[in-house]
Ligand binder design. Structure first.
Ligand code: TYM
Length: 332
């Protein structure tokens, strides 16, 4: 079976609709066909200031949401990044293989450091993509299921894997990004040219899965569209409507063309109201399941411990090879 690895930051508490449609939904599908490793990127979560108690709570909350979304620990390996020390260890080796200018070109760092203020941006935030490279290479992943905003980090992973392989000996699988075109970038409901994100300008554009369903329904009903009235999929000309159609189509499994036909001659109001309903119907059981998993933290923790054990077996083997290749004296 080909292997996949991906991660999500537990920082925000609730996942948002972009996380789910862009990434987590693919993770659930891929566990059927791939040897799948999914992790909570808590090392990445401390690259910006965090509250310790909140981080701990949010890590369990993230695990609960992943299970509620359909990850099955029998079919995939679900673990916490900090439970597998090899991530930090390989991260260091990768730091020493990355050019300073190369790291400086990572656009997410540029965006985030601009947001936090250049002086307050940490070195951890700067080397964040290199740790992500280590995450992926440790597992010899063939593919990395992510949203569009992570593409550049997967490109860096390919570059560094090739560099290491060329400099020492073939060691790493060179992975590809697994990005599903239709849902690669889910847009903000208030600003349909910006990606949906936790750091959105207005909370009205961000759909958090764990919010009261009524609150999210309202956001769908007041989503920004355009002054035209035709319901047509045209991401360039009609980004707002197209984003709504994407969400509608993905949550229901109805094709876009079918939706266009179904809403011919009807106004945006009808589309938004129906989509709000579709979302509430989907998210209600998701929220219930999340609460159920959260209600049993012991089971959750032991499941993550098992995942870490499985992950470590793979990660340790890769790291041992790397340490040998770079010339470290074996610790006998
Ligand atoms: P994170 O936690 O920001 O996001 C998790 C996943 O959600 C996707 N995503 C979106 N997809 C579509 N539309 C959107 N509006 C949207 N917003 C977020 C992201 O692309 C991502 O796939 N650096 C990573 C975590 C990470 C990782 C890894 C990923 C750490 N190590 C190794 C892959 C492999 C991050 O911060 O994702």
């Amino acid at each position: 079976r080909p292997r996949v690895l991906s991660g999500i930051q537990p920082t925000a508490g609730s996942f948002h609709l972009g996380n789910y449609l862009g990434a987590v939904r693919q993770w659930v599908a891929l566990q059927e066909t791939h040897d799948a490793f999914y992790m909570l990127a808590d090392l990445h979560a401390i690259t910006v200031p965090q509250d310790p108690a909140e981080l701990r709570a949010n890590s369990r909350l993230a695990a609960a949401q992943l299970l509620a979304a359909g990850l099955d620990p029998e079919r995939c390996t679900l673990f916490v990044q900090s439970h597998v020390p090899e991530h930090a260890q390989l991260g260091w080796v990768m730091n020493c293989l990355t050019g300073f200018g190369e790291a400086s070109r990572m656009t997410q760092f540029k965006d985030k450091s601009a947001r936090h203020g250049a002086d307050r941006a940490t070195v951890g935030l700067f080397t964040y993509p290199i740790l992500q490279v280590a995450d992926i290479l440790l597992y010899q992943a063939d593919a990395v299921p992510v949203g569009e905003d992570q593409r550049q980090h997967v490109e860096l992973t390919r570059d560094l894997a090739e560099r290491f392989n060329a400099r020492y000996a073939p060691t790493f699988t060179v992975p590809g990004a697994h990005i599903v075109k239709e849902t690669a970038k889910i847009y903000d409901l208030q600003d349909p040219t910006a990606k949906m994100s936790k750091s959105a300008a207005s909370p009205k554009g961000l759909v958090n899965l764990l919010d009261e369903p009524k609150t999210s329904a309202k956001k769908f009903k007041s989503a920004v569209t355009d002054t035209d009235t035709v319901i047509r999929y045209d991401p360039e000309g009609k980004p707002g409507v197209s984003n709504l159609l994407t969400v509608y189509s993905t949550l229901t499994g109805t094709g876009i063309a079918e939706l266009e036909a179904q809403y011919e001659g009807k106004g945006y109001g009808a589309l938004k109201t129906d989509l709000a309903e579709v979302f509430v119907e989907w998210v209600t059981p998701f929220r219930d399941r999340t609460q159920e998993y959260l209600g049993d933290p012991e089971t959750l923790d032991s499941l993550l411990a098992k995942g870490a054990e499985k992950a470590r077996a793979v990660a340790a083997e890769t790291l041992a090879t790397v340490y040998d290749r770079v010339g470290f004296l074996p610790a006998k």
